[in-house]
Design a protein around this ligand. Structure first.
Ligand code: PLP
Length: 404
């Protein structure tokens, strides 16, 4: 009889969004006259910008002609896109990244879950708590996380780095030395970010202890403050310790189009073995490339018109985040984030648990958010609202909260 990968059986059910869905459906069928505002979503809602639609149409037409048809894409992605990325995301920030260090993919979720494959199964991972769940679950599937403790909702072999208001949502260097460190800035779910000096400390630490940093910068486009790094390669020494993951989902609305990339500098090595070469081998074996049409759309993100249109789109979401943050503060809540990220993270009032606050907000204000405890034990007592809704609904939601 065949055997299965038993690590999958260790995964606790992911009940967060299904429980939210069920609760909202039950409330709405019992109260059909209530208009519910959904501020729990992490998905974008604005349509693709005109410059991107234009590039898509053009590429579709090319695919219909023999002379301009494209089959399999090159392993690392088309050079026109990798060159645009280098110019737009790295050279402009003074970061030394070359086009052949970029691996184009179909998004940061796949990359952030697949990247662990090139590391040994006895490596120890460190994650922020709360955290984007993909980092932990993909390591569970690979058998790297030990046993799950239902009481504490933690894995025995994972190093958790609590991020709470007490440490300004910035983790301290762990006491136990990790091999792989996952960092995500600007952060989902807390909406917090890191200064360049703080990130430099992590780079120095990783180089000192021989750890690798997997840096998820999916929300880079939302940075508004000057002292916040747009890429980990702005830090000195990052080329020998850091892999960076990027996405076109949140800066350009590609959640349904699918495009992202991973950066692995050539100096990043384990002894003599190059991680760049390993990922290239993996990419070439298991992946056949993002579609030509989509890579042309990605190129348009860096065009003058694309940049301008997307700046406006991001500003729309950030105006919502500002409305939420300021609305909550004026209603007497402690609210964090929403300045360099589309997420606002609030402290639940009166010692309410995250789920108690979820029910309270749904029943009293007909607003749906996401309970912080769903992102990890240190998320208990917090709650996430997002700027991805419509502006009108966001303003109305804040009016309702103020009236509570
Ligand atoms: N990384 C983080 C931190 C995210 O929050 C998300 C999506 O919500 C992703 C990655 C996924 O990005 P993509 O759509 O490129 O797969």
């Amino acid at each position: 009889m065949f055997k299965i990968n038993e690590n999958y059986l260790k995964l606790p059910g992911s009940y967060l969004f299904s429980t939210i869905g069920k609760k909202v459906a039950a409330y709405s069928s019992a109260n059909p006259d209530k208009s519910i505002i959904r501020l729990g979503i992490g998905d974008v809602t604005q349509p693709l910008a005109p410059a991107i639609i234009e590039a898509l149409h053009k590429a579709v037409d090319e695919m219909g002609k023999k002379e301009t048809f494209h089959g399999y894409a090159p392993d690392l992605g088309y050079e026109f896109l990798r060159n645009a990325i280098v110019k737009g995301d790295y050279e402009s920030r003074g970061a030394d990244i070359k086009a052949d260090e970029i691996f184009v993919s179909d998004g940061a979720k796949c990359d952030s879950s697949n990247i662990q494959e090139i590391f040994g199964s006895d490596n120890k991972i460190a994650v922020c708590d709360p955290v984007y769940p993909v980092y932990v679950d993909s390591n569970v599937m690979a058998g790297r996380t030990g046993e799950y403790n239902k009481e504490t909702e933690t894995w025995s072999k994972v190093i958790y780095m609590p991020c709470t208001k007490e440490n300004n949502f910035t983790p301290e260097l762990p006491k136990e030395t990790p091999d792989m460190i996952y960092l995500c800035y600007p952060n989902n779910p807390t909406g917090s970010t890191i200064t360049k000096d703080e990130l430099q400390k992590w780079v120095d630490y990783a180089n000192k202890v021989g750890a690798v940093i997997i840096y998820d910068a999916a929300y880079e486009a939302y940075i508004s403050e000057d002292n916040v790094p747009h890429t980990i390669y702005e830090c000195e020494g990052a080329r020998t310790c850091a892999i960076e993951l990027r996405s076109f989902s949140k800066n350009a609305g590609f959640t349904g189009v699918r495009l992202g990339f991973t950066v692995i500098p050539k100096e990043l090595k384990c002894g003599e073995v190059s991680l760049h070469a390993m990922w290239a081998r993996r990419h070439g074996t298991k992946y056949n490339g993002a579609p030509y049409i989509v890579q042309r759309a990605g190129e348009a993100v860096y065009s003058e018109a694309g940049e301008q249109q997307l700046k406006e789109q991001v500003a729309y979401y950030m105006n919502n985040a500002k409305t939420i943050r300021e609305g909550l503060i004026s209603a007497g809540y402690e609210a964090f984030g929403g300045i360099n990220a589309p997420y606002v993270w609030l402290k639940t009032p009166d010692k309410m648990t995250s789920w108690e606050f979820f029910d309270y907000l749904l029943e009293q204000a007909n607003i749906v958010g996401t309970p912080g405890s769903g992102f990890g034990p240190s998320g208990e007592g917090y709650f996430r609202l997002t700027g991805f809704g419509s502006h009108e609904a966001t303003v109305e939601a804040m009016e309702r909260i103020k009236r509570l």
